[in-house]
Design a protein around this ligand. Structure first.
Ligand code: IPE
Ligand code: IPE
Ligand code: MG
Length: 243
């Protein structure tokens, strides 16, 4: 059994405690195969399950996956609708994970999502609430800046009500209001598909995250690719500003 942040005689690996994945490249994957973009999203959603299961098996504590950003509404309506339909399909299926001891959570501006999807999300969270294995945060209509703004508004209200004094505010006050407040910050962020940007993912939480980029498109990103990334993580020297 690997120990987080510590090497042991039995296991030389240091595993990240919290992995973030920007599941990108579905459209290009489909294009390469002369398929509609939606086929890429379907393949990407299948791959999410494979990778989540692998993380669970490895003993990773938290996995945050970027499924739909606050900016993705800019896509053609047919594509957005197809993505929402895939989400519905996945949610109706999500009891699959229940027997696998994986806990599901949804993060993002969920209020703006269709009612039936919100209901299905609540149900999936409820069904998996007692799981003790991997916690999956699925980021849907998620934006890192929107998340920070949301936290700031809550704090502003507390100040207005006299519960907090502006002078006393600390970084921890913001950390306490973000969607992943109960969890450790992501220590490893993976972006496949050859893009080298964060695209508004976990903006607050990733201040000291290690990054891994890969040219592989998300639907092709295999458990072997993840193992390779984790091997690299293992070699990183994290200094957090120290020496
Ligand atoms: C990621 O794949 C999925 C979403 C953003 C919903 P893309 O659809 O962005 O795939 P590319 O980047 O066009 O290949
Ligand atoms: C980021 O991918 C969002 C998700 C994977 C859900 P995008 O494809 O939307 O990012 P950009 O537009 O290339 O930055
Ligand atoms: Mg993309």
């Amino acid at each position: 059994m690997a120990i987080f942040g510590k090497k042991t005689a039995n296991d030389e690996r240091i595993l990240p405690e919290h992995i973030g994945i920007i599941m990108d490249g579905n459209g290009r994957w489909a294009k390469k195969r002369m398929l509609p973009r939606t086929a890429g999203h379907a393949a990407g959603s299948e791959n999410f399950k494979t990778i989540a299961r692998h993380c669970n098996k490895l003993g990773i504590k938290y996995l945050t996956v970027y499924a739909f950003s606050t900016e993705n509404w800019r896509r053609p309506k047919e594509e957005v609708d197809a993505i929402m339909d895939l989400l519905r399909k996945y949610l109706k299926d999500s009891t699959n994970f229940k027997s696998e001891n994986i806990k599901l959570r949804f993060i993002g501006e969920l209020d703006a999502l269709p009612e039936d999807i919100k209901e299905l999300m609540k149900q999936a969270e409820f069904d998996s609430k007692d799981a003790t294995g991997l916690v999956v945060n699925m980021a849907v209509n998620y934006g890192g800046r929107a998340e920070i703004l949301h936290a700031v508004k809550e704090i502003a209200n507390e100040v207005k009500n006299g519960e907090k004094n502006p002078e006393d505010l600390t970084e921890d006050d913001i950390s306490a209001k973000i969607y992943t407040s109960e969890q450790s910050e992501p220590d490893f962020i993976i972006r496949p598909s050859g893009e080298y940007r964060l695209s508004n993912f976990l903006v607050w939480q990733s201040a000291y995250a290690e990054f891994w980029y890969s040219d592989v498109l998300w639907p092709d990103f295999s458990t072997k690719d993840l193992d390779k990334a984790l091997e690299d993580f293992n070699k990183r020297n994290r200094r957090f500003g120290g020496v």
